[in-house]
Write a protein that binds this ligand. Structure first.
Ligand SMILES: [Zn+2]
Ligand SMILES: [Zn+2]
Length: 280
């Protein structure tokens, strides 16, 4: 079975977790033998990729779920990496309408210059699907303060499906586009008992996990209240309520998906940023 690897280059979300870097905000790298994508490159995506020994010039897909800086800040520089420093038409940029075009509450986050060099630019409205090196990806509706926000479902032959909700509040049917994925990544910004319109609490996460019925759920994108309350305890709460194995991601955590979904606990030799820069 083809293996997929996910690297959490950040597990923080929201303004204050971002400003303080209490948790990193570099987004998620999603890799297999055939594809290599960066999902939601917030501040630090470039630097933490280099630090983890994940060459950003190898990516062939940049996915951006909405226009907030904790999701899109480093998208421009990653497009530059993907396109060999803007010298080659290469890769796929798939981003919410707000990121590419703007909407009533934000200007585009990526310049026209950056939008010219990917081989394919996808205006990822809910229901739109596209392919990146053998993975089929479908954008799904999120309800967030950016009205163009979307989540993504990744359909990967021979392995199974993965979903990423992005920032959303719970509404009936939010989980429908992600039904029965193997791995569900939830932007669980708030702990139970701290609701905030347009954002996900642990109670919302319970309802989404119930709708989706994944093999495993992983919480990420933690805001300050969540960080102080303790994401691991919230994951336990969600697991108890749903019966679905649920964990809280940590900065730098790697997950592999093959026959099983496993956290890679063995210490990998990761080159430091200094040595990466010396050797490239
Ligand atoms: Zn966010
Ligand atoms: Zn947001």
């Amino acid at each position: 079975m083809t293996e997929i690897e996910l690297v959490f280059l950040g597990t923080g979300g929201g303004r204050f977790a971002t400003i303080t870097q209490k948790r990193r905000t570099g987004g998620i790298r999603l890799m297999s033998k055939s594809f290599n994508m960066h999902v939601d490159p917030g501040p630090g995506a470039l630097v933490y990729s280099l630090e983890a020994g994940l060459n950003p010039q190898k990516i062939t897909g940049v996915l951006v779920s909405h226009c907030h800086p904790d999701h899109c800040n480093d998208a421009g520089v990653l497009v530059e990496a993907m396109t060999r420093g803007m010298t080659r038409k290469r890769g796929v940029l798939a981003a919410a309408h707000s990121v590419l075009v703007g909407n009533e509450n934000c200007d585009p986050c990526l310049s026209k210059y950056h939008q010219t060099m990917p081989e394919l630019v996808v205006d990822a409205k809910p229901g739109v699907s596209f392919n990146i090196d053998g993975a089929k990806i479908i954008a799904a509706e999120a309800k967030h303060s950016d009205p163009s926000a979307v989540g993504f479902r990744f359909e990967i032959v021979d392995v199974g499906d993965i979903a990423y909700t992005s920032d959303t509040e719970y509404y009936e049917g939010v989980g429908r586009p992600y039904k029965n994925v193997r791995l569900l990544l939830l932007c669980a910004m708030r702990p139970a008992g701290s609701p905030w319109k347009g954002h996900m609490t642990s109670e919302d996460a319970v309802k989404i996990v119930d709708e989706v019925n994944p093999e495993m759920a992983v919480l990420t994108h933690f805001g300050m209240k969540m960080i102080f309350k303790g994401p691991a305890g919230e994951a336990k709460f969600i697991q108890q309520k749903t019966g679905v194995p649920t964990i809280a991601a940590k900065d730098g955590m790697r997950l592999s998906i093959g026959e099983k979904i496993e956290v890679q606990t063995h210490k990998r030799k990761i080159r430091g940023l200094d040595s990466f820069l010396r050797n490239t």
